[in-house]
Ligand binder design. Structure first.
Ligand SMILES: Nc1ncnc2c1ncn2[C@@H]1O[C@H](COP(=O)(O)OP(=O)(O)O)[C@@H](O)[C@H]1O
Ligand SMILES: O=P(O)(O)OC[C@H](O)CO
Length: 499
């Protein structure tokens, strides 16, 4: 019986493929870096062919490493960087442009028009999102208006729009399926969360023809079968979810009120909120969680644009460290940041501030400031931003009669940093819990694929495999934490004044 699951995790900085056994253990893992293109300040692009080829190569490598053939794989689950926008020719599969990445700010002016036309609150009520360049809708509108002939061809049904999941399924199925899942659809700014359908008002406002849109399925569903020439033979694609929703599932946050934070390039804090969308009055996003059955599931999300990326900047921009993991020793060489506060608003500020024009700011520098203090302030900034999001989330939860968060589950590349996790627990005042298997994003996708393939019959069965590796308990007083957050909020004001 074929029981292994292959998870394809297409992230911002790399494509990864992991093979899991039915107990959720990683059997093989292959990874390739993805090249970033920065054609202008504030613009970020990926080559669609790179996305596809790095993903396919790693899938083949992982299967080889595990010594498995297509017959041993029960199903494939796909999870992906969200919002990144592609447009291609349905006949040839040829992209019309490079993919516009979620971090790209080129549609700031278009978002202002959209806000003026429909209003932030109405947009939030319909989509759970905000008129911010982060989401796919204005990126697609930009492509349709800027690529010569694109709108006419889109109206004639010749073009296909997709986020990265849709692009990968299209490629894997040899162009036979143009589909996405509800968690990815809910990041487009074109999906009505309440009605669970594409939203006419948003499509009209952005002048997007319905003919370009993919079919939307639950996250655990028959997404298609791979072309037999790609992976040695046909394999069913049984799961698709945006990477943050996938991680929520991989962290076994299956009950309303449970939350996780992923510390990758950005930080993404998601709280399960049950079977109805919960609008936010505090600058958060309301979004579809991965859906595996008849019942819809939703989450509140706080998206922080620069998380672990601040450590990349210390490495590549400042050349303060040789490798990312060196940041911990450097930051730990001083007891604190000595009054330095770093707001890494390199691409504006996301939740809960939503200031696309804010820029990075260092405050409190003195003659005694060293690079170690700046490294410490950089780690602090990751935890401050996540704390601001969590405080907003608690305010929303309490307003809806739910309890404040009791503990935070963590994952992502920067969650290996013990100092950062301790700072986080101190600021939040609740335990921060790191799981034994930190590959939660891929785990979620494997879970969705496994549910579809009948490897297990409920997410709860999968959830029982979740184990904690370490708990970080808060070690400072609530008053100290509040004082530090107040210093952070003052620095945020300065970062937005420069806007
Ligand atoms: N020890 C560390 N301390 C802090 N940040 C780290 C550490 N190791 C890696 N990172 C950061 O984690 C991020 C990579 O995490 P990952 O989850 O792989 O990201 P993504 O999925 O966004 O590509 C990078 O931004 C890197 O700078
Ligand atoms: O690829 P990641 O892990 O940086 O995640 C990107 C997010 O999905 C963007 O919303």
């Amino acid at each position: 019986m074929t029981r292994y699951l292959l998870a394809l995790d297409q992230g911002t900085t790399s494509s990864r493929s992991l093979v899991f056994d039915p107990q959720g253990r990683v059997v093989a893992c292959a990874q390739q870096e993805l090249r970033q293109h920065y054609p202008r300040p504030g613009w970020v692009e990926h080559d669609p062919a790179d996305i596809w080829h790095t993903q396919l190569d790693t899938a083949r490598q992982a299967m080889r490493q595990a010594g498995l053939t297509h017959r041993d794989i029960a199903a494939i689950g796909i999870t992906n960087q969200r919002e990144t926008t592609l447009l291609w020719d349905r006949r040839t599969g040829e992209p019309l442009h490079r993919a516009i990445v979620w971090q790209d700010r080129r549609t700031t002016a278009l978002c202002e028009h959209l806000q003026a036309a429909l209003g932030t609150e109405a947009i939030h009520a319909r989509t759970g999102l905000r008129p911010d360049p982060y989401f796919s809708g204005t990126k697609l509108a930009w492509l349709l208006s800027q690529v010569p002939g694109a709108r006419r061809r889109a109206e004639a049904g010749e073009l296909a729009f997709g986020t990265v999941d849709t692009w990968l399924v299209w490629q894997l199925t040899g162009g036979r399926r143009h589909v996405t899942d509800v968690s990815n659809a809910s990041r487009t700014l074109l999906w009505n969360l309440q009605r669970e359908a594409w939203d006419d008002a948003l499509l009209d406002a952005l002048d997007i023809p319905r003919a370009v849109l993919p079919e939307v399925l639950p996250s655990s569903a028959p997404f298609g079968v791979t072309d037999e020439h790609l992976l040695g033979g046909p394999i069913a694609i049984g799961g698709v979810a945006g990477d943050q929703q996938s991680a929520l599932l991989g962290q076994a946050c299956l009950q309303p009120g449970m939350a996780k934070n992923t510390y990758g390039t950005g930080c993404f804090l998601l709280m399960h909120t049950g079977d109805r969308p919960t609008p936010s009055a505090n600058g958060l996003l309301s979004t579809a969680a991965a859906r595996h059955g008849a019942t819809a599931a939703y989450a509140l999300e706080g998206s922080v644009f620069v998380g672990g990326a601040v450590v990349q900047w210390l490495r590549d921009g400042l050349r303060a460290i040789a490798a990312s993991h060196d940041v911990q020793a450097l930051a730990a060489s001083v007891p604190d940041s000595d009054g330095v506060v770093f707001v890494p608003a390199f691409t504006g500020l996301g939740a809960p501030y939503w200031q696309p024009e804010a820029r990075g700011t260092l405050t409190g520098l003195t003659r005694g400031t060293t690079v170690a203090h700046i490294a410490r302030a950089a780690l602090d900034s990751i935890a401050y931003q996540s704390t601001a999001v969590l405080q907003a989330m608690n305010r929303d939860a309490l307003a809806h009669g739910a309890a404040a968060l009791q503990e935070l589950r963590v994952d992502g590349g920067a969650s290996v940093n013990d100092l950062l996790m301790q700072i986080q627990a101190d600021l939040l005042g609740i335990p921060v819990v790191r799981p034994a298997v930190t590959e939660t994003t891929a785990l979620g996708a494997a879970c969705l694929a496994g549910l579809q393939a009948g490897v297990f019959d409920s997410p709860e069965a999968w959830g029982r495999l979740w184990r904690a590796e370490r708990r970080f308990e808060p070690q400072c007083s609530a008053a100290q934490a509040a004082e530090r957050m107040a210093a952070w909020e003052r620095a945020v004001k300065q970062a937005t004044i420069t806007a």
